[in-house]
Design a protein around this ligand. Structure first.
Ligand SMILES: [Zn+2]
Length: 249
């Protein structure tokens, strides 16, 4: 085997499924996975990516659940801290913001974007989705709020850092300007809820997914700019395998 080919197997963990590389031991590096579209093979390097409760999913045939509670967000104003991690634009949220849902409290860690959306709702895919990642500090369980963007008017929250997006991998942007993610939430707090996973390796099945039923808006220019930087950073739809999607209306 050519040395250059061996090098490729080292840096591309979503290993090709069509050749004799399978005889070689895989060297999988969590920092070097790539988006590969339909038929991606993360499962060959990250065992949990082949699990039975993976995300994202198509949200359909939901069941209204009266036992679900209203989302209680207590998000504080924070300075802007953006990171381009090579997969997404991520906003590192300073500590001190909480989400409480169904009796469990979580701390907001960060939010980040996907173009196009990862979840679909009744088969509809949106041009962008933001994920607000929260963690329960006792159990390490995650609650991620997903909000869909549709094309519409300029989004003022996004606009507060739109001209300062870090364009290269590992680039940061910080500013003393204070912003609050709560300003981006849709007026309606109706949501869907299901048990799933991280949508990137290692695909750990530790996420309570909360997908807001109502999309928010961003301008075509804002969505185009985000797509320019992130390209198709979405994972294909995963099978539900019998999981129920609950609705809080
Ligand atoms: Zn995400």
């Amino acid at each position: 085997m050519l040395w250059s080919m061996m090098f490729m197997t080292l840096i591309i963990p979503a290993c090709s499924d069509d050749d004799d590389d399978l005889e070689e031991p895989h060297t999988c590096d969590a920092f070097h996975w790539e988006y590969e579209g339909e038929g991606a093979t993360w499962g060959s390097c990250f065992m949990e990516c082949g699990g039975q409760a993976q995300s994202p999913v198509n949200i359909t045939q939901t069941v209204e659940d009266q036992s679900l509670s209203e989302l209680q967000m207590n998000y504080t104003d924070v300075p802007i801290h953006l990171l381009n991690n090579g997969h997404t634009i991520q906003f590192e949220y300073e500590t001190g913001s909480q989400l409480q849902v169904n009796g469990v409290a979580y701390e907001l860690l960060q939010f980040h974007f996907h173009t196009v959306s990862e979840h679909t709702i009744d088969g509809v895919r949106y041009p962008m989705e933001v994920h607000l990642v929260h963690k329960n500090l006792d159990t390490d369980a995650l609650a991620v709020i997903g909000i869909m963007f549709k094309q519409g008017t300029e989004n003022p929250f996004l606009q507060s850092f739109m001209d300062d997006l870090p364009t290269a991998a590992d680039e940061h942007f910080t500013s003393e300007q204070m912003v609050n993610i709560s300003t981006i939430l849709p007026n309606s707090r109706s949501y869907y809820l299901y048990d799933g996973s991280l949508t990137t390796p290692p695909c750990s099945e530790v996420v309570t997914w909360i997908v807001m039923q109502t999309p928010i808006e961003a301008s075509p220019e804002q969505i185009d700019r985000m797509y320019e930087l992130m390209q198709d950073n979405y994972r294909p739809i995963q099978p539900l395998n019998g999981r129920e999607i609950k609705a809080f209306n």
